[in-house]
Design a protein around this ligand. Sequence first.
Ligand code: F6R
Length: 357
Amino acid sequence: MEEKISLDDMAEMATVDLSDMLGVLEKFPSQVRDALGTGTSGPDLPPAAAPVNIAVLGMGGSGISGDVLAALSAEKGLTVPVATVKGYSLPPFVGADSLVFAVSYSGNTEETLDCLDQALERGARVIAVSSGGKLASTARDRGLPLFEIPGGLQPRASLGYLFVPLLCALERMGMIEGAIAELESSVEMLEHRRAEYGPEAELESNPAKRLARDLVGFMPVVYGAEGYLAVAASRWKAQFNEMAKVPSFCNYFPELNHNETVGWQNLEDVCRRCHIVVLGEPALHPRTEKRVKITLDLLGGSVGHVTRVCARGSNVVERFLDLAYFGDFASVYLALALGQDPTPVTRIEDLKKRLAE
Ligand code: F6R
């Protein structure tokens, strides 16, 4: 299958990218810088008495901020467990000694609002992150700390606004160290990556465009590894779904060696239409590195393609953001190569409308 448009023709890309998702991605480094401003100067935070656990309430593009928080704050020394709640039920361990982040870009996501009510009833300390809607109005009415972020974007294009304030809040509350400095250094790194992954960089020297070209006609299956690489893999999968509107699945090492590795033995025609993308990093656990090599050897001829992508950056926050940025561009280029406008998510909107009927 051929690309429907040339990824080096800016005018042609603009005829498909009707709401300028590429332009939004190009502003991502300044989004992280703005979000740092919000996160470090934002509202007064709850008393520093250490909570016994943390829950992050959020769905989809907002909910991933909880996964990012859990993975990165563990690297930054957080000693209490973090649960990401993606549904209607707040786990029973969340109570008055818990810290709860309620994250919804629109502020109107019903699952998040339901869990917020439960958290408030149980007397948890709640911090809200939103651009408006019911979440922002509840936070104002109840005097909850609110990180108010700019509206007008797609939630999935607002990753910086959604997760940076959470890391800043934990550092300001004395629960982690060093995240703010790593976020600051990430801004410059992202500016360099924009030059490499962005639309001005031509396909032959642009790894995000090359990967998108190689994904045309294939289903992306994205593999990470325990920790932040698993979160990056799930971010890539969701971006391929929402930007390019293709089925995509993710998993992570070493867990996938205990089940999924066996599953590539039948449905040969389906397996051949899959492109496995393995996300790694220079300091991958040596046993995991060995597992990746053996697994790819075992899968050998059964899958259509394999690509390995290695995170770059001088610290874990930079490496996560490097991968997230690469995946964002690759998913938008794949959308454009398929002739698909990356911005609308009509099915999510229709579904929310029908649920409201
Ligand atoms: C759309 C997107 C979705 C939303 C989700 C929850 O770009 O990424 O996954 O994030 O439907 O909505 P919000 O983020 O408004 O709470």
